[in-house]
Design a protein around this ligand. Structure first.
Ligand SMILES: [Zn+2]
Length: 285
């Protein structure tokens, strides 16, 4: 297929892949979706997205490395199944130093925990996301709940990228951050969470970040259409539901256009490109 990104007469189109790289074992569903205390446990997938167009290799989030604090956190959060996100990209023919851009949905360790592995990439994150974590980290220890899912080494790596002029702090929605890649502020799970829209041959695909954990957040319990809050977030429920409504508007209620990074049901219908030791790479475009 001709590369539309190089033809100004056509909208740019991204080749989009969902890369699973880890799985939590026996995680209570009630820790993800509000109001599910009677529903037991599930193995929760962890994933990120590779989007390719022309010379650009873009990541939406990066996964985490099992090194130092990242290793401690993977144990604490019950993630026994893991493969290096760097290796998963190499399996796709994308060595780390060929990643050009990284759009971060938010700063939790499982979403930005390997940014230090991509020394040439430009990073994009909402200003309110990064700076709110700096503020939260500086609070006394009794506020530790706020930063429970933050690896301080990731914030240090983001600061290093700032010093190297490789970090862009966004201030809300932005169309065509990169051609055919749009970001939207999606507060609720965290203060400056963002979700990402990618133009593709299959239309506009939305990567939810952790604005949504399960399709049930949108469809409601028993498909009653009432948005269900996350069971895990530091922003307000009000903001969470407004963000879910923005995403629902964007996909026009078509869940096949939505990639939820912690919900394998949202990509199991997609064609499998590769399977590395049980971890799937699926094509979403
Ligand atoms: Zn998160």
């Amino acid at each position: 297929m001709p590369n539309a990104a190089q033809n100004p007469a056509q909208p740019p189109q991204w080749d989009i892949y969902v890369i699973e790289y880890a799985r939590a074992k026996d995680q209570p569903i009630a820790s993800l979706v509000n109001g599910t205390h009677h529903e037991g446990v599930m193995d929760t997938p962890f994933s990120f997205v590779l989007a390719r167009s022309g010379q650009r290799n873009v990541l939406v989030d990066t996964g985490f490395m099992r090194e130092g604090i990242g290793e401690e956190m993977s144990v604490r959060f019950g993630v026994p199944y893991w493969i290096s996100p760097v290796r998963m990209l190499e399996e796709m023919g994308v060595p780390a130093d060929s990643v050009t851009d990284i759009v971060l949905s938010h700063a939790h360790f499982d979403h930005m925990g390997s940014i230090h592995k991509f020394p040439k990439a430009r990073l994009y994150i909402q200003k309110s996301e990064l700076l709110s974590w700096h503020e939260a980290m500086a609070l006394p220890p009794q506020f530790g709940f706020l930063t429970d899912i933050i690896n301080p080494d990731d914030l240090r790596a983001a600061f290093d990228a700032s010093v190297e002029h490789r970090l862009t702090l966004l201030d809300g929605d932005k169309d065509n951050l990169l051609p055919g890649l749009h970001v939207r502020l999606g507060s609720g799970h965290t203060i400056g969470q963002q979700f990402v829209i990618l133009e593709s041959a299959r239309g506009r695909i939305v990567v939810s970040g952790d604005c949504i954990y399960s399709s049930r957040n949108l469809t409601g319990h028993n498909h009653n259409g009432v948005y269900v809050p996350l069971a895990n977030g530091i922003g307000s429920i009000w903001e969470q539901l407004k963000t879910m409504d923005r995403i629902n508007d964007e996909i026009g209620g078509d869940l096949s256009k939505l990639i939820i990074l912690h919900d394998a049901a949202r990509w199991e219908h997609l064609p499998e490109v590769k399977n590395i030791e049980g971890f799937k790479i699926s094509r979403a475009s």
